[in-house]
Design a protein around this ligand. Structure first.
Ligand SMILES: [Zn+2]
Length: 334
């Protein structure tokens, strides 16, 4: 709240407000001080002083003083809340939506993707094609600089907190993370951040993770490759396997499952991680069964032990080798 008040006072300066309401004044000395007749009561000798740099007033006639909010309360005899609404309307300070805040934050992160540490991390993950990065909407959160940027643009502290872009201490939620957008239909509903340092690898902001990644592009393909992670997806797209999508994890939400099932004749190639503990394959079998029950044709793609699509390509596999894995994929599973 306090930060919102600061924002309003900053965006709706007292002197500007007074001038809009035809207050005439003369400058006192060479500084930021002005004097004129008091708008709050009748008088013939100017006793109303405004300090423009401090953004406050004081009247020696009636003894009242304060900031622009106090002034409007007295001038229009409005309660506090209505005063804030009046100032917001008068200065066109509308409340941006959560989606607008997400979009703005994403645009900022995208502008940071050239940072050396981001490029180095992507290089290590085998991602080098700028057009794929752009198509995926990839960005980078260096940490520690988003909040100031967003406040300068006029987003309130409370909104940033609500969306989850900052935490309760006011620090950026994403720090040294590759950032990707999460959509539900056409709406941006969340951001995903992949740590470049290994601590808490996967992180979302508040709210649902959205639908399958880039589903509006992929859905028209009669066969779809489904991978767990967005870096798996990036290497596939980079290799020309553009019918790939990601569920941002091995467990699909109802929305994502519904998307996959929206065409009964679709073929789905599940290429989850082939991790030693078998979690990826377990999830793949579970999903394949659900898709089969829904009438789709599901295949489980077996990658070499310990590999996921990303590491498989990073270790030197070609698109042709991955295609051979697709051809060998099983449509029966134990
Ligand atoms: Zn006065």
């Amino acid at each position: 709240m306090e930060r919102d008040l600061q924002y309003i006072k900053h965006q709706a300066p007292l002197l500007e407000y007074l001038r809009r309401h035809n207050w005439t004044a003369r400058q006192v000395g060479s500084g930021q001080e002005f004097v004129g007749l008091c708008p709050l009561h009748p008088e013939t000798h100017p006793s109303f002083y405004v300090n423009a740099s401090k953004n406050v007033f004081y009247c020696h006639g009636c003894g009242r003083g304060g900031d622009v909010i106090r002034f409007v309360q007295l001038y229009l005899e409005l309660p506090f809340r209505e005063t804030l609404t009046h100032l917001k309307q008068e200065f066109g300070l509308y409340e941006p939506s959560q989606e607008e805040a997400l979009k703005e934050a994403l645009a900022f992160y995208q502008s940071q993707l050239q940072a050396g540490e981001a490029r180095y991390y992507l290089y290590r993950r085998g991602i080098h094609d700028s057009s794929v990065m752009r198509q995926m909407g990839m960005g980078y959160a260096p940490g520690g600089i988003l909040r100031r940027h967003m406040l300068q643009l006029g987003y309130s502290f409370d909104l940033l907190l609500q969306v989850g872009l900052i935490n309760g201490q006011g620090h950026d939620t994403f720090c040294r993370r590759i950032v990707l957008p999460c959509f539900r239909q056409e709406r941006l509903v969340n951001l995903y951040g992949r740590s470049t340092e290994g601590s808490t690898c996967h992180r979302f902001l508040r709210g649902p993770k959205g639908g399958l990644f880039a589903w509006n592009i992929v859905r028209s393909s009669p066969s779809v490759i489904l991978v767990e992670g967005l870096f798996d997806l990036a290497v596939l797209w980079q290799s020309g396997l553009v019918n790939a999508t990601s569920a941002l994890g091995a467990h699909l939400s109802q929305l994502q499952l519904g998307q996959l099932c929206d065409q009964p004749d679709r073929q789905v190639f599940i290429a989850f991680d082939s991790d030693p503990n078998g979690a990826g394959q377990g999830a793949a079998r579970f999903l394949a069964q659900r898709l089969t029950d829904a009438g789709l044709t599901a295949f489980i793609v077996n990658l070499p032990e310990g590999q996921d699509p990303n590491s498989y390509f990073v270790s030197g596999a070609s698109a042709e080798e991955f295609r051979r894995c697709l051809e060998a994929a099983e449509n029966r599973w134990p």
